[in-house]
Design a protein around this ligand. Structure first.
Ligand SMILES: O=C(O)CCC(=O)c1ccccc1C(=O)O
Ligand SMILES: [Mg+2]
Length: 380
């Protein structure tokens, strides 16, 4: 296959308003700033990536602005003008910078898209995806009351979503789940705590076992895999890890310790598509199912998620809901749409969606071009 050689990277910083506020145990998001990374190959082909960051460092330590800075001063200079034989090489090229996985993922995913487009192959096919369509779930933020939540769940079940994920936090947990289960005894239902509990809450968390949940996602600290193992031993409900898994090594250790029975793979959180595929394969070899989490992405991040989810061990519906659930207008053509809870995997080259330049320009607040590998810092 033809290698990629980047001659220019364009950073499009955009601001988009969410159609509705999204509340988790760490706060409420009303709008998002993201940096879209356009990686231009010497052939003129552009590949696209997205910093799936939040505006504040509450989910993890990164923000859109820290990610943009890391990209400009360290990560892009490292890959600029290099001959990249295959995008699987990019992960290791970027390990000279510690952590900053979302920033790394933004340029890594752009290179995957550029490489796939240059070689006229769908991203899904390039990574070994076998599914032609994927099942989708809906992640629902914390609502003002259990009644409100039940209304929302009813709406999304009617729309055809294959899984309902409810955000929980102390004070908004058992009553909420109880109300949903009473109304919907059989739907695939799960809870996501975003690290809102500690092991002191173990007896409280055990009460969730009566609701036949598919899993509880990240109940304990964002940086923990030890206490999660203790909790999993005492819970019937499978524990799923999100925040705690940043790499293949983290996943290996969590599985070895028994910290979870399911892993939520987010491309941004683990530093890109290469590492996502490796974690998928490890889980598959160990009989551990995975699913693709969401970060309220624009169409670009959403497109990467769809391609990734085409891998065979993504057996649980993900959080990749259609564009219209987040934005009045997405920046890709066509937008991501869903039919009875199913999204078709794109078959066109790369991510298979085109960036709508006109719509992009309307939400752009800054545009910077980088074409040199020179920086203020020595790059090893
Ligand atoms: O994109 C979606 O719809 C899922 C949103 C979601 O749950 C989420 C959004 C922002 C930060 C963390 C999370 C999470 O999965 O924990
Ligand atoms: Mg989560």
């Amino acid at each position: 296959m033809k290698p990629v050689i980047l001659t220019e990277v364009v950073l499009h910083t955009i601001k988009m308003k969410l159609i509705a506020p999204f509340t988790t145990s760490f706060g409420t998001a009303l709008e998002k700033h993201v940096c879209l990374v356009e990686a231009v190959d010497e052939s003129g082909v552009s590949g696209w990536g997205e910093t799936v960051t939040s505006d504040e460092p509450y989910y993890n330590e990164e923000t859109t602005y820290t990610a943009t800075y890391m990209l400009k001063d360290f990560l892009i200079p490292k890959v600029m003008h290099k001959t990249i034989q295959h995008p699987l090489e990019v992960h290791d090229m970027l390990t000279f910078v510690r952590r900053n996985q979302i920033a790394k993922s933004a340029i890594e995913t752009a290179i995957w898209d550029a490489f796939a487009k240059k070689n006229n192959i769908a991203l899904s096919e390039l990574i070994g995806g076998t599914k032609t369509e994927i099942e989708v779930g809906k992640s629902i933020g914390i609502q003002s009351s259990p009644v409100k939540l039940v209304e929302k769940v009813a709406e999304y079940v009617d729309e055809g979503f294959r899984k309902i994920k409810v955000k929980i936090a102390p004070g908004a947990d058992l009553d909420y789940i109880d109300a949903v289960r009473k109304e919907f005894p059989d739907i695939p239902l799960m809870a996501d705590a975003n690290s809102a509990y500690t092991l002191n809450d173990i007896n409280h968390l055990k009460k969730l076992d009566q609701y036949n949940l598919m899993m509880i996602e990240q109940p304990l600290a964002h940086d923990d895999i030890i206490d999660h193992a203790t909790l999993q031993e005492q819970l019937q409900t499978p524990v799923c890890l999100d925040e705690s898994i940043h790499s293949l090594e983290d996943a290996r250790k969590a599985l070895q310790l028994g910290s979870c029975r399911i892993i939520n793979i987010k491309i941004g959180r683990v530093g890109g598509i290469g590492e996502s595929v490796r974690i998928h394969d490890l889980c598959k070899d160990n009989g551990v199912p995975v699913w693709c989490g969401g970060m309220l992405e624009t169409g670009i991040g959403r497109a990467h998620n769809i391609a990734l989810t085409s891998l065979s061990n993504f057996t649980i519906p993900g959080d990749t809901a259609p564009s219209s659930h987040y934005w009045t207008e997405d920046i890709i053509q066509p937008e991501v749409t869903m039919d009875h809870g199913i999204i078709q995997v794109q078959t066109g080259p790369g991510i298979g969606f085109a960036v709508d330049r006109e719509k992009l320009d309307r939400v752009t607040i800054r545009k910077e071009r980088i074409s040199t590998a020179e920086t203020a810092h020595p790059i090893p």
